[in-house]
Design a protein around this ligand. Structure first.
Ligand SMILES: [Zn+2]
Length: 193
């Protein structure tokens, strides 16, 4: 059964070892932030630093593992019709919108949505790591390191499939940042099989 995350919202769910998570961009150009925690010990969390270090690459795609802070593989990408995702930037938040966009009454962002969704699993806001930002397109100048958030390359119906390599609690959003989503907020679809 395909489930929908409404624009600017988020959810959390259990994903058992061996299950597949498919994340679909139904309309195109929509980012979805993913975080993951070990179901048995939520101190073990997805790690951008370790994953990028071991891949020796910034852009992860089919075949690449996503490691935890304890260097265990949490998820592996088994299919990817886009091939461009970000694993550098933190979930957008009220602070993001205040600092970068200058909003005076900012939306709570992916960070707020993840905080709410993960609360029933006893995971607090300070435990939320850098997310694997599905479909987020961050261009990087190799000389200066300047980052530029560009429209996602995903078209309607594009998808990425992960397989869980341990029992997980996963947080997932339909991203709330204007620039990341080419200035239009859209839903995200996902499927657990
Ligand atoms: Zn976001």
């Amino acid at each position: 059964m395909i489930r929908e995350i409404a624009p600017r919202e988020g959810t959390a769910f259990r994903l058992n070892r061996g299950q597949r998570l498919t994340v679909i961009d139904p309309e195109g150009e929509q980012v979805s932030d993913l975080v993951a925690f070990n179901m048995q010990d939520v101190g073990e969390v997805i790690s951008s630093g370790r994953s990028l270090d071991y891949a020796s690459r910034l852009f992860l795609t089919t075949g690449d593992p996503l490691y935890s802070n304890r260097s265990n593989v949490m998820l592996r990408i088994v299919e990817d019709t886009v091939g461009r995702h970000d694993f550098l930037l933190t979930p957008c938040s009220a602070d993001t919108f205040r600092i970068i966009y200058g909003d005076t009454s900012p939306h709570h962002g992916c960070f707020g949505n993840l905080t709410q969704a993960l609360k029933p699993y006893n995971i607090g806001p300070d435990a939320i790591p850098v997310a694997f930002n599905i479909f987020m397109n961050v261009a990087i100048d190799g000389e200066t390191g300047v980052l530029r958030v560009e429209p996602p390359r995903s078209k309607a119906g594009d998808q990425i499939i992960f397989i869980a390599e341990m029992d997980l609690i996963v947080g997932l959003t339909a991203c709330s940042a204007l620039q990341s989503n080419n200035y239009r907020f859209k839903p995200i679809h996902y499927l657990i099989t």
